[in-house]
Structures are given as C-alpha cells and as structure tokens.
Design a protein around this ligand. Structure first.
Ligand code: PLP
Length: 485
C-alpha cells in the first residue's frame, strides 16, 4: 500500500467505524453463528497475489461482522464493561503507527517516560497512597501491563522471589527448591479465575479461602489459614485481595487483611480490575479503606475508564522486588542510561511491550477526570435504576449489595429447594440468551445460580435496561405463568 492508497483506505475505514458506532442499535448483540462458521466464508489458504483494499474491505461486513458479539452495543450487559472512546482509538492508531517496542528506556524514551507520568497522573486521580508514585525517586511506581491476569502473576512471582531470597539468607544451607515447595499464597474463593491460574504458573500453592456471606474475605479466615499452614511448616507469602469481585462485585476487607499481612511480612496485592475506576469519584473513596497496607495495586482502565483493550495499570510500593525477581540483562538489551532510567521489561512477564500510555494520555486529556467521573456515575445510576425495577417485582431477589455497576438477582420460589431454584434461574438465563436481544452472564456463588447484569458499558442506558427488564419479565411469565407482584 502506498501513502496515498493508505490515506484513502484509512479515511474509508474511519468513516466505516463512525457508521458502525452510529448504527450499533440496529445490530443484534450476539450473533447467530455456530462454531466453524468462518471456514465456509474464507479460502483454505492465504492468497499468493496481493489483493486490493476494496476487496478486503468488502469482506469485513460479510466475515467479521457476521460473527461479532458487539461489546459496545447497548444490549451488551455481560461480564464487566470493556470501555472505549474516540480519544482511545486515536491513541491506539498512533501507537500502532509509531510501533515502538518499549522494553527499555533506550528502545524508545518517550514510550517509557509518558508511561511513568501517566501512572503518576492515574495514581493521583484515584487517590492511591503516595508510596505508589514514581515522582522521579521511587522506589514505588506504576507500569502498564496488558491484563489484570499478568499483574497478578507478576506480583505473585515477585513475592515468591523475594521470599526465597529472604529464606536463603536466613538458612543458607537450604536449596531454592526446599523453600519453594513450602510457599503458600491466599485469595478468596470469589477472586477471579486468573488468580488461581497465576498460582499454577508460578508454582505457588494458592489457597482459595471462603469469603463470608457478604462476599468478603475477612481477617479471621485469613488468620486461621495462616496459623494452620505455619504449624505445618509452610511459609505464607502473598494475599491477593479483590476490590470488586467478578461474580458479584463484593469487596475484601483490607482493614482486617492488611494488618495481618503487615505483621506476617506478606505481600498484599489488590485486584481492583473493574472497581478501581470508581476511585476517580470522591463518593466511592470509601472502598479504598486499608490501601495503605498494600504492596501492589491493579485496575484495568480498559474496563470502566473509556480506554480500549488492552490496558491494565499496576503499581508497586517497591518496584525493586519486581526488578530483582525478573531481571535478566543480556548485552543486546543494555544501554548507556541503565541504572538511571526505568527499563519496564523488568516489571512485566514478557520482553516487548506496546506504547499503551498514549491512549491513556489522550483519554485523560480529551475526556478529562470530570468526564470520566460522569461516566462512572452514569454506570452506577443505571445499576441503581435496574435494582429498583428488580426490587419492585416480588418474584425476584437481589443477592448482593448494588455498590457499583453490577446487579445480581434471581427468581425465587417458595419451596426453598436450592436445586429447583437454580434450575429455574438457568432457564430464565437460557431464554434471555436465546432471545438474542441482550447478552448477559450468569454466575454462581455459594451454590446459588443467578443472573448478573453489568451496566456502564459505553452505550448502556436506563431505557435499554427497561427494555431488558421487559424481556426478563416476559421470560418469567412464560416460565411461571404469572404477572408482576
Ligand atoms: N480480576 C477481576 C476482578 C476481573 O473481573 C477480571 C475480569 O473481568 C480479571 C481480574 C481478569 O482481567 P484480565 O482479562 O485483564 O486479565
């Protein structure tokens, strides 16, 4: 593609993107396709000769759109939001065009330096403890990872390496492996599946402790587990606490868990992948209670902060623990500023990294903190609106407090037979899914199957939630043969 060809292709693509957003309401949120549908639409091998842009472009609708779930559609109420915005798309376009691989400061100084400034801007916007700021001095500071999963793995690996070094200095006759097999980490049984996965990858025994009835990991549960493990010769090293669990948006009690971690010398990581964005608003600052005890903190701007995927912000209280854990310095990566500049390759699992700070910069400047706060507030107001609708219908019950933008509810039946209630709710869910107008996700906590509706997606609205509630009521009436109570 020559410069002028790219100019006209890119203009056409941008027009198509704007049209796509403008007509999203006309598209079905979840596609009617079956696994393997694409094999019949595409040739079995790549073309030998180059094709022109109009040919390729014309296939976007036929091939991609045909099988797309429209995450930005107003009917998409599943998972948690995956936000985007035009400023973020502009940032991604520019970063794709510049295309630096910012593993070290020298590989592209702007890439590293914008990231350190953006992580300080974000830390201040969220009112994180001051020790998370780079401020040019460290040892704290932030880094942009791709995913919350990577942030958990990175912090668990750092805690593991720190613990092994400490133990080796105390007991020099032990081997690395003697110590590694005794390490134990904790999280709640409501933490995201990526936490359990991090334990599998880092080869640290990760125990999922029971959350209490409100979905919160409590100090006494943690303490009991630590005491048993220590008696059995284990070495507790790490806790991953959740602020905003995936299934039901509940919050672990950092004011109880934090002092225990501090006393035991354990690493306390916070996974606030979804709920972290709420800290932009003064009225949600109460969820940060206990953050002063944490060793690392993570949230995903790509969820609720209008920055498109992928973008996960991670802060270390002391970044040297990460650097010491994963530092490998082959000669081809060395540069003359080593030691006086940040080399982010040591703060993450992989070597190469994208220039993600640009999209954060554009969003923070073009939406502004007030704009982002309005976005978060709109999501919470939408959830409160839906909660009100559910509460008005006595056939349904709300299962967890609607703190932010997630509503968890289920149809209850009089028999108190949990299995029958679950079966009925599964049918409600399946009927909504089969209807295809709305895409929602179910969850199960404490043996209770329920429906969860996430609000705050870029095109969500109370009008659309009213429509969704009507579908749910129709489905309920079909199943129960009754009208609202
Ligand atoms: N933690 C929580 C609380 C989540 O809700 C999610 C995903 O929704 C994750 C972690 C995983 O995020 P990622 O896909 O960025 O790894």
């Amino acid at each position: 593609l020559q410069h002028d060809d790219f100019r006209s292709a890119a203009h056409a693509l941008v027009d198509r993107i704007i049209d796509y957003y403008g007509t999203l309401a006309e598209r079905q949120t979840f596609p009617n396709v079956k696994p393997g549908f694409m094999r019949t639409l595409l040739p079995g091998q790549a073309p030998e000769e180059a094709e022109n842009w109009p040919q390729v472009f014309s296939d976007v609708e036929k091939v991609i759109m045909k099988g797309s779930t429209h995450w930005n559609s107003a009917g998409f109420l599943a998972f948690f939001p995956c936000g985007t915005s035009y400023p973020a798309l502009l940032g991604d376009l520019l970063s794709g065009a510049a295309n630096p691989i910012g593993f070290s400061w020298a590989s592209s100084p702007a890439c590293t330096e914008l990231e350190t400034v953006m992580m300080d801007w974000l830390a201040k916007a969220l009112n994180l403890p001051e020790f998370y700021l780079h401020n040019g001095i460290g040892p704290g500071g932030g880094v942009i990872e791709g995913l919350a999963s990577e942030a958990t793995l990175m912090t668990l690996s750092s805690a593991r390496s720190k613990a092994i070094r400490t133990q080796l200095s105390l007991h020099p006759n032990q081997t690395h492996h003697d110590i590694a097999k005794r390490l134990v980490a904790y999280s709640s049984n409501l933490s995201n599946s990526s936490v359990e996965k991090a334990g599998k990858i880092a080869l640290v025994h990760l125990k999922l402790l029971d959350a209490d009835k409100d979905g919160s990991l409590r100090g006494e549960t943690l303490l009991a587990a630590i005491e048993i493990d220590k008696k059995n010769g284990k070495i507790p090293i790490y806790v991953c606490a959740s602020l905003g669990t995936t299934a039901c948006c509940t919050f672990d009690d950092l004011t109880e868990v934090g002092p225990i971690c501090e006393k035991e010398g354990m690493w306390l990581h916070v996974d606030a992948a979804y709920a972290g964005s709420a800290l932009l608003c003064p009225e949600f600052q109460y969820i940060r209670k206990g953050l002063e005890f944490t060793t690392s903190f993570n949230f995903n701007p790509h969820k609720w902060m209008m920055v498109n995927y992928d973008c996960s912000a991670l802060w270390f209280k002391n970044s040297s623990h990460a650097v010491n854990a994963l530092n490998v310095d082959p000669i081809y990566l060395q540069h003359e500023e080593m030691g006086s500049a940040i080399d982010y390759m040591h703060w993450q699992i992989g070597l190469g990294r994208r220039f993600r700070a640009i999209k954060i910069w554009f969003v923070l400047r073009m939406v502004g903190l007030e704009g982002l706060r309005s976005h978060v507030r709109r999501g919470v107001a939408e959830a409160k609106h839906l909660e009100g609708l559910v509460k008005k219908d006595s056939r349904y019950e709300i299962l967890f407090p609607v703190t932010l933008g997630l509503v968890c509810f289920r149809l209850k039946i009089e028999t108190f037979d949990e299995e029958k209630t679950n079966e009925l709710n599964r049918k409600v869910y399946e009927a909504i899914h089969a209807d295809r107008r709305f895409f929602i996700t179910p969850a199960s906590v404490g043996g209770k199957f329920f429906i969860r509706i996430a609000t705050g997606h870029v095109n969500c609205s109370t009008a659309k939630l009213d429509e969704c509630w009507n579908v749910i009521q129709d489905v309920t009436e079909n199943l129960l043969g009754s009208s609202p109570h």
